[in-house]
Each structure stands twice: as structure tokens, then as C-alpha cells.
Design a binder for this molecule. Sequence first.
Ligand SMILES: NC(=O)c1ccc[n+]([C@@H]2O[C@H](COP(=O)([O-])OP(=O)(O)OC[C@H]3O[C@@H](n4cnc5c(N)ncnc54)[C@H](O)[C@@H]3O)[C@@H](O)[C@H]2O)c1
Length: 691
Amino acid sequence: MTAINQVTDLDIRDGIAVLTLNSPPVNALSGPVRDGLHKGIKQAIDDSAVQAVVLVCAGRTFIAGADITELGSGGPQGASLLDVQNMMEDSTKPVVAAIHGTALGGGLEVALCCHYRVAVASAQFGLPEVKLGLLPGAGGTQRLPRIVGAEMALEMMGLGDPIGADKALEVGLISEIVDGDLTQGGVAFAKKLLAQKRPLVRVRDNDAKLAPVRGKPEIFAAFRAAHARKNRGFLAPEYNIRCVEAAVNLPFDQGIRREGELFRELLQGPQSAAQRYMFFAERQAAKIPDVPADTQKIPVDKAGVIGAGTMGGGITMNLVNVGIPVTIVETTQEALDRGLKVVRGNYENTARKGKITQADVETRMALITPSLNLADLADVDIVIEAVFENMDIKKDIFEKLDAICKPGAILATNTSALDINAIAAMTKRPEYVIGTHFFSPANVMKLVEVVRGAKTAKNVIATSMALGKRINKIAVLAGVCHGFIGNRMLFARTTQSSRIILEGATPERVDKVLTDFGFPMGPFAMSDLAGVDVGWNPKTSKGETLRDRLCEAGRRGQKTNAGYYDYKPGDRTPIPNEDVVKMIREFAASKQIRQRDVTDEEILERCLIPMVNEGAKILSEGIAIRASDIDVVWVHGYGWPVYRGGPMYWANTYGLDKIVARMREFANDDPVFWTPAPLLEELAASNGGFK
Ligand SMILES: NC(=O)c1ccc[n+]([C@@H]2O[C@H](COP(=O)([O-])OP(=O)(O)OC[C@H]3O[C@@H](n4cnc5c(N)ncnc54)[C@H](O)[C@@H]3O)[C@@H](O)[C@H]2O)c1
């Protein structure tokens, strides 16, 4: 065994050179890895005792991708990836990649420059660059279609999801699945190649899979149409598609040039910068300064959920999806049956789409124990309460839970905004009380805000954050205040959006400005979805607010097929209604609000700037640990477009000084609302930004 450098070894076994990379944790293509590959391959080629090369990785995976820390830094150091790839592809001795773990991004692009690929059955292959707002910029866009065909390449590059070894074998990406030791399997495969005198296959020269689709633009049109909704506003999916088009229509070298142009455009553009920022922000959110990563966690083997409504059902699904049995408690059999029917219906839908099997549906349903008795929660490790947003009901439940649940059980509430300290005070174990605020639909939305009370214990925080991860969510820690991080900022936005429609803009117009910005829906469509009557009381309603008037007129949102918009039964498409606009104008007149033309720019600023200002207060008060946590909340809980990086990131790019200046202009109408938070003012004055 010869050490090529600190991360690369070369071992010659019976005429086969085994080149092993060992750069934990994931053998990313850092400078030393590229150098090791370059020198190692060259040494093997130059050695007359070597007949073939097998590239293999130590540790848990094959090369899992580029070293993305290099992207934003001063640029790559060491041998260029292109030199490494050329050395492999042009080698006069066969080079075989022996793959385990995940060959992703640059890792797969290296493997595509080998003449053959073999892998263990658990290996995964993918070009996920699109998820960081990029495209594979090391020849992957031109080589992958030449080996798997254009349609499969569109799927892999356009969506960014990996495929397994079986699929890779089926589509020709690998030649063999190796059982047993991978290195030995790779060496045996190389010997077989030599014995059979198989040719050196350069992927770049393959045309067999592309020729049949040449002159068939409908393939690309169909792919674009199928994913138009999900990809709205994003540049990278379209650029990945264009690269596959180039692979089909241009000679290899021209295709590579096209790939390079499009790659550089994405890399230097604002979308990928925002998406890469968000990638790190999501990972950062798990770190809590005063709760070390090694904090002892409470084992969670059994859970309880209270309330089988919109949220309780979704939360239950999250838990049983990962095998945690749930006892779900309701007040009536009818509510219980209705809740479980919705859960089953959701699973059946997923099974119909082929994402889970019918057997999975039954396994998951079997993990749910319905109950009408809180006492059935005596032995669970965590209870998540999701009953009506009513403080008295919640206090009553927590007092009872304290008496029922075993010592050491976590008592969590899904409240959207209520004071968790007041809820905790109903128990003799406030250190075990915490907020786990899921977002609707809870089985779909990635975010959970974990809300620590004044007395919540560190191991309870650590356990709740870990549980979030275990159920495949992104957990962000928040402190107690009205609305925590996300809803508190939403309330600030709602104050303005509600005001703007009284000044002359229609709900449709306001919604359009925000959907054009990239939100999946605007504030009024969102209000209709959630229910205009959330928090509205018919007994005390006296037509004093626009909301009172809408609700009194029976316009309570999608559930009544009427809210700010009309809806056709069973259809969620908002249809603007002239009578609503008239109602708004009449209400504005009754309050003597002057009508004027509000520009789109003003609508956007008046909706987003209050969020930034509230975010600054949230930061100064320590409700959020860091600005990037706020961004994660808004991207994963409220559909803020990830390619704009979240409200605090957006504020930095928009310019804090400009934001403060605009606030001073808006302050003519409402000086209190538009007072800049001290932190915002301070950062703007010092030309700083939210870190
Ligand atoms: N809907 C959302 O978008 C959303 C989002 C985040 C958080 N939340 C919060 O989640 C909680 C639940 O909201 P939801 O939308 O699921 O409400 P929901 O009205 O759909 O469901 C509440 C359920 O709780 C049951 N319930 C009421 N009192 C009970 C009791 N004493 N014991 C057992 N069950 C009882 C009701 O029968 C009902 O089925 C609220 O605190 C809400 O603020 C809601």
C-alpha cells in the first residue's frame, strides 16, 4: 500500500490498482481529494505492472459530492476536477468505480468518467444540484443523458432525487451489483473486463440512447408542463432541462460549453446564493447554544395526541410514519371516527400514488389507538395536545395530564400563539412542558417550532428537537411570546395587508403581488384556507371589523365556499367577487379611509417590511436564536420562496437602510406601527446586516 497523499492510498493487487479515498465524513471533492485522485490515477497508468484501476472509497460513502464550502469561498485549490476527469476518461487502462453509500453530484460526475461502474445493492446515485439552485457543472449534464437517456436524466437532474442500485442497473448507469466485499467485487469485475477484452467505454462517446429522442421536443415540453407548478419562479430546474436539451442536440464539447455557461450564470445569480444559504441555515437551526448536542434525551417509544382535528390527525401521521405508536384522545366517538377517517383517507391517497403500499397503510393505522379517555395516556413518553385554541380548555387539559401522565413524560402543546408559561403553570412539572407548533397540513409541512417555556428543562428541549428530526421535520427553537416566531411576524404582515385593501387595492391584487414574489398563496387566499372565522366570536360580533362583516355574511372561508373569494364546491381555486370588493369599499367609507392607487411595489414593501421589523424585535428579545432560524421558519412553515432565502436574508439583500427609509415614509400614516426596531435601525446605520 502506497500513500498518495493524506486522503488517498494506492494498493496493487494482482495487476489491479485499488485507489482508495479516505476523506471523512463523506469523501467530498475537496482539493486534497482531487489531488489524490489525479496523482493516484496517473501513478497507476504509468505503472507497467498495473492493468486496470478500481476506485473505491473508505468510510460510509463513495464521493458524496462537491465540497460546497468551496463554492462561496475564494475558489477551488489543488488539481482541477476537469483534469481528474480527463485523466480517468482518457486512461488507456480500464478505470472502474466501485460505489457504496451515495454517489451524488460531483461524486457521480467522477464515476461517469470511469469506464465502468459497479455498486453494492444499497448504493444511491443522483445529481441533486437543482436543490441548491445549481446544475451539475462537471460534465454530468452531458454524460448522464448519454448513459441513462434523456427522460431519465430529466427526472434525475430536474428533480434532484437519487435512484437506487436496482434502478441504476436497469437504466445502464452501473454494470453490476456486488454482493459481499465491494473492493474484492470491484477487483473481480476489473479482471473479468480484462479477460473478456471488453472495450474502454467513454460515456461521452455514447449516442445510442440520445439518437432516438433527437427531434422530439415534446419530451421536454411534457416534463416542463408536469412540473410547472412546483418549479414556478425557480431558474435552476429550467437550466437543468436546457442542459439535457443540449446533450441531445449538440456535440459533446459544445454541450459542455453550454453546461459551463448555464452553471456560471446560476452560481453567480441570487437564487443559488439564497438556496445555499438556506442549506446551511437548516443545519444550523439544530444547534442551541445552551443545550449541548450530547444532552441526554428522553426515550420516546409511545406518544399521545389530544384532539383528532386538522392538526391532531396530521401530527399523529408524523409519529406513526416512523413507527411510534400513538394513543389519540377525543371528546366524542364521532370526532374520533371523523379524525381517523381523514388519516386513513390521506394514507389511501398516498398508496394510490404508489408512494406506500396498502400493507403500509394498515401497519400505520394499526399503530393508532383511539380513545375517549385521557387516562389512557398514563404510560406515554410524550403527549401533544392539539385541541381548540382556547386557553381555558388547554389549562384544564394540562392540569389533568399532570395527574395522569407518568413522571418524566413530556407534555407538549401545539398552540399557535398562546402563553406556554401560563399552560405550564397548571402543572407541578413546568420543566416538562414545551410547545411543539406544527404547521398545516401537519403531515406535509416541514417545519415544527419547538417553543421553550421559562422553565422547560434542557433534556426536554433536546428531546423535542430530536423528535422533530426523527419525524423528518426541521425543528427551530423559539421562545414564548404571542405567536412565537412565525405567527408573530404573520400578524405584523396581516395588519398591513388588511389595511391595504381598505385603501383601494383588492384582495386579488395583494395576493397577486405576493404570489408573484414567490409565495404559493397570498394573505387573503391563505385566510380563506385557514378560515376567516378563526378567533371570531359570533356572540360578540358587531360588524366592527371587515372580518366581522364577512363572517356575519356567512363568508367564513373555503369551508363555506365563500370568504374573501368565492369557491366552487370541491375546488380550491379562488374566484374574485365584486360584492366583497363593494363590502370592503363600504366598510372603508364608514371608517373614512381615503381611497387611492396603491402600487405593487408599495404592496410588497408594506407586507414584507413589517415582517422584517418584527423579526428584528424577535431577535433582540431572544425569541429566535439567530436570523437564519427566522428564515427557516418562513421558508418551511409559510412558503416563503426558498430562492429568496427568507425574510431576514431578503432584508439584507434589499438593503436595511432602504427598509428604514421606507418605514419613515410610511410612518406619516401610522407612526407607531412603522417605528423601526432598535436593532434594525442600528444595523442600517452601521451598514450591517442580519447575521
Ligand atoms: N389549523 C391550523 O392551521 C393550525 C396550525 C398550527 C397550530 N394550530 C393549533 O392547533 C390546535 C388545534 O387546531 P386544529 O386546527 O386542529 O383544530 P380543530 O378544530 O380542527 O381540532 C380540534 C379538535 O380537538 C378536539 N377537542 C376539543 N376539546 C377537546 C378535549 N378536551 N379533549 C380532546 N379533544 C378535544 C375537537 O373535538 C376537535 O376535533 C390549536 O391550538 C390551533 O391553534 C392550528
